[in-house]
Design a protein around this ligand. Sequence first.
Ligand code: NAP
Ligand code: MG
Length: 502
Amino acid sequence: MSVTAEKFQISEGGARFLASPRNMLIGNEWTAPASNRYFDVENPASGEVIAHVAEGAKEDIDGAVRAARRAFESGSWPRMSASERGRLLWKLADLLEDRAQEFAELETLDNGKPLTVSKAVDVPLAVDLFRYMAGWATKLEGSTIPVSVPYAQGAEFLAYTLREPVGVVGQIIPWNFPLLMAAWKLGPALASGCTVVLKPAEQTPLSALHLGELILQAGYPEGVVNIVPGFGETAGAALAAHPDVDKVAFTGSTEVGKLIVKAAGESNLKKVTLELGGKSPNIVFADADLKAAVPGAANAIFFNHGQCCCAGSRLYVHRSVFDQVIDGVAERAKQMSVGQGFDPQSEMGPLVSHDQLTCVCSYLEQGSREGARAIVGGKRIGDRGYFVEPTVLVDTQPGMKVVDEEIFGPVVTAMPFDDPDEIAAVANDTIYGLAAAVWTKDISMAHKLARRLKAGSVWINCYNVFDAALPFGGYKQSGWGREMGRAALDLYTEIKAVTIQL
Ligand code: NAP
Ligand code: MG
C-alpha cells in the first residue's frame, strides 16, 4: 500500500466551475451570503484548497425558506401538472448524464473517492434516481374508500383521499456520497410537488452546487430548489429550527440526528425523516461460497473507504472457516491500491477530511489499547492527504469501542461464531439497524435469518446492492423513514380525506 503521485486533469466544465467563488442558489439567483463570508473547500488527497464557497447562515436560510414558500404557495410550481413535473425530473437526469464526466471529476476532487467509482456508481445512481422519481410524479394517487358512519343511518357518502405535497422541505446531507445524497433527497421531494432548501455538507458542497446550474438549465420555476452551503451548527441548525419549514429530511450521524429532532420539536413540530449511522453485521456461514464471500466481505467494508453508513463493519465468520475468510480479506486489503482518486489504479482514496482521519486513527489507537490486533493495516499512510490503510482487526469483542461504535473508515472487526442459532441475537446486539448481510448456500436458512435481523436492508450472498426502486433506511437508532422506492414518496406527502354527503 502506498500513496500514488498526485496528478489529475479535469475537463473544461469542471475547471470553469472551480475558477470563481460559488454562491448560494436562492430563488433561481446565484446569491452572495449576507455575511459575505466564503469558506475553503479542499482536495482530501492533498489538503490543497480547490474552491471557495459561500458560507450561508441563518439570514440566508431565512431568505431561501421565503423563496421556497413563495414557490410552494403561489409560483407556477403548484399549478404545474404532475406530468410536467415528471418531465422536469427526467430532463435533470438527462442533463446530468450528458455531463457525467465533469460531475464525476468534481466528486472525486472534493470527496477523494476514485474517479472510477464516481463514474460507475455515484453519477449513474443519481441519474437513475431522478428518472425513477420522474415516473412517480404522475402516480401519486389517493383512493376511494367505502364508509359506513354508524351514527348516520341511511345517509350516503362518497369519500376519497388526496395525496398532497408536505410543503417546504429542508434537506441536510453528508459528505460520503455528496451528489447521490442530494439526488436521494431532491428526487422524491420534487416528484411529489414539494419545494426545497438543501444544505450540502461543508466538506463537499461542489456537486450539489453544480447540480444547481443544471436545475436552472432544466427550467425549474423560481424558488423550487434553493441550495445553501454552510456549516451544520449555523446553516443546518437554522434550517432544522425554522418555523416555516414543514419537514426536515436529514442524513448524517445519529448524534446530530437527535439535535434535528429536538430542533423540530422545539420550533413547529415539523415532520422529520432521518437516515443515520450504522454498524452493520456481515455474517459468513461455513457453507458459504468463499470465492464470493471473501471479496464480498472486503467490498462491504472497504468500498468508499468504509465511509458508508451501511458498511459491513462487524464481520462474523463461522469458526470452521474463520482463518480462511480473514486471511482472504486481509490479503485483499494488502493488495488494494490506495491513492489519489484520479489515478486509474486507485481502488481506495483518502478519507474526506483531516477531522475524519483523526477520528479513524483515534479508533485504531483505542482498539489497540483495548486488545484488538490489526492483522493488516492499522495506521495512516504518509503525511500528505488523509489516507488510512485498509484494516482488519481481530481479537475483538462487544464492549470495545471499535466493535460498538461506528468508525466510518476502512476498519473491520472480525469475530468467529460457533452457534448459527445464536448469530441473529449477536448481530442485533447494537443500537443501529441499517443493514446486514448473510453468506450461505442454505437459502431457506438465509430467508429465516433475514426475518430475524433488525435492519432496513438485508443482503444475501451480496453486499452494497442499491437501486432507486428499493427502500433504504434504518431500524432503531439508524433512522426514521425510508429513502428511495415508493416508501420515500409517502414521507413527502400528506393524506387528506375528503367526504361528501350525497
Ligand atoms: P454529520 O456530522 O451528522 O453531518 C451531516 C450533515 O448535518 C452535514 O451537512 C452537517 O453540516 C449537518 N449538521 C451538523 N451539525 C448540525 C446541526 N447541529 N444542525 C443541523 N445540521 C447539522 O455527519 P457526517 O459526519 O457528515 O456524515 C457521516 C454520518 O452520516 C455517519 O454517521 C453515517 O452513517 C451517516 N450517513 C447515513 C446515511 C444513511 O442513509 N443512513 C447515509 C450517509 C451517511 P457540516 O457539513 O457543517 O458538518
Ligand atoms: Mg472536499
